[in-house]
Every structure is written in structure tokens, then in C-alpha cells.
Design a protein around this ligand. Structure first.
Ligand SMILES: Cc1cc2nc3c(=O)[nH]c(=O)nc-3n(C[C@H](O)[C@H](O)[C@H](O)COP(=O)(O)O)c2cc1C
Length: 211
């Protein structure tokens, strides 16, 4: 496969400590905006890694849905990831903006947002997504496509007379409260830049790592 032997030159544009702001959330917000403006497809997609009951890592993509004291995403609390997070809140999340030669790696703990926060976000979702949240027991097996479509139709029928679809109790947000955030910028000769923020009490320590 050609892609396995490709060695792209990531250019020489540097990532300098002097260009990085003291608060990594602000730095992240700037990079996310850059990714949006660059035209990255789904710039808010992150690969979320969790640890299951057997201590094994599992990963999947979720979308960043809010940025405040942490990185928020929404999902089914009874899904495979939800069960993993019930037992072990430690997570990692990776944003790969490859066309920009940029990557951000977050490590921290995921905690559920408040029910009110979940409901507020759920209310902004398209009705079809809201119905699907009732229809799908995320991560559980189902015998066929037709069977899950039947479940969707049943849920649609259930809420047909209602102006608003309520939030299912099993659906909501998590906030990843980070302890470490790494900003990576590809450079020529694999001499990449890596700047890491590590939580240090109320502030952040900043270090450069070898590529
Ligand atoms: C681009 C993209 C965005 C996704 N966003 C979400 C999301 O925000 N929430 C979610 O629960 N699943 C999302 N998914 C589906 C998940 O990757 C995954 O299939 C699902 O959450 C079940 O994961 P689990 O069985 O590990 O719990 C997304 C998938 C892709 C490819």
C-alpha cells in the first residue's frame, strides 16, 4: 500500500513556546478555530480512549460539543464507553488535524455533566437524532438493520403527538477534565514540535518534548 510508505515533508513552520498562550484551553480554542477555517472535515472529531472492566483500552470517535473547564461530548450512558467510564474515569482523546500537520492529545478524567446541561444540549439536537437516542441501545447487538429501523419507527410513533422529544435518562454529556494537553506540530525530518501543558495546582506547567 502506497500510503504505508509515504513520507510527507511536514514543512518547517515552527511551533514556538512564545506563540503559545498560558492557558491550554485558549490555545486549543485557537487551534480548533484554525482547523474550522482551514476546512478540516469534522474538526471537532476526537478519538476517545477508555479503559474497560478488564483493564483493556477501547477507542472510538466522538464529537466535541462544548469547551469550558473541560472538553464535552455527548453519548449513551449505557453504551460500551459509558460502562467503561462507570468503572474507570481516566480517558485520553486525540484530535488529528493531519492536513494541517497538527495533533492535540488530551488526558484526564471524564465526569458526567449535570442533567440540566444534558437536557439543554439535547433540546438543540435535530428531532431525528432525539428519536434515535430513544431507539438505540447503543453498543448492544441487534439481529438486523430492519429491526433497528422498527425501533426507530416505534420511538417516532411514541412521540408523534409531542412538540418536544424529552431527553432519555440514559443519554447525556461527559466533561473531560484534563490533567495534560499536548500540542503537536509536524516539522521537517521528523523533528516535530511538541509542547505539553501539565496541570500544576491552579496553573499549568509548560514543557517541550523531544519528537
Ligand atoms: C465522526 C464521528 C463522530 C461521532 N460522534 C459521536 C458522538 O458524538 N457520540 C457518540 O456516542 N458516538 C459518536 N460516534 C459513534 C462512535 O464512534 C461509536 O460508534 C459509538 O459511540 C459507540 O461506541 P462504544 O460502543 O464504544 O460506546 C461518532 C462516529 C464518528 C465516525
Amino acid at each position: 500500500m502506497d500510503s504505508l510508505s509515504r513520507h510527507e515533508d511536514y514543512g518547517s513552520l515552527p511551533l514556538e513556546e512564545a506563540d503559545m498562550v498560558a492557558n491550554p484551553f485558549d490555545q486549543f480554542a485557537t487551534w480548533l478555530k484554525d482547523a474550522e477555517e482551514f476546512g478540516i472535515y469534522e474538526p471537532n472529531a476526537m478519538v476517545l480512549g477508555t479503559i474497560d472492566d478488564n483493564g483493556r483500552p477501547t477507542a472510538r470517535t466522538v464529537l466535541l460539543k462544548g469547551l469550558d473547564t473541560g472538553f464535552q461530548f455527548a453519548t449513551n450512558y449505557l453504551s460500551r464507553k459509558g460502562h467503561a467510564l462507570d468503572g474507570e474515569p481516566a480517558v485520553t482523546a486525540v484530535f488529528g488535524w493531519y492536513k494541517m500537520h497538527r495533533q492535540v492529545i488530551i488526558e484526564g478524567n471524564a465526569e458526567k455533566v449535570t442533567p440540566d446541561e444534558s437536557s439543554e444540549y439535547f433540546a438543540t439536537r435535530p428531532r431525528g437524532s432525539q428519536v434515535a437516542a430513544w431507539a438505540s441501545e447503543q453498543s448492544r447487538p441487534i439481529e438486523s438493520r430492519a429491526a433497528i429501523e422498527d425501533k426507530f419507527d416505534d420511538a417516532e410513533e411514541r412521540f408523534a403527538g409531542e412538540a418536544d422529544v424529552p431527553r432519555p435518562p440514559h443519554w447525556g454529556g461527559y466533561r473531560i477534565v484534563p490533567s495534560r494537553i499536548e500540542f503537536w506540530k509536524g516539522r521537517s525530518n521528523r523533528m516535530h514540535d511538541r509542547i505539553v501543558y501539565t496541570r500544576d495546582g491552579d496553573s499549568w506547567a509548560v514543557e517541550r518534548l523531544q519528537p
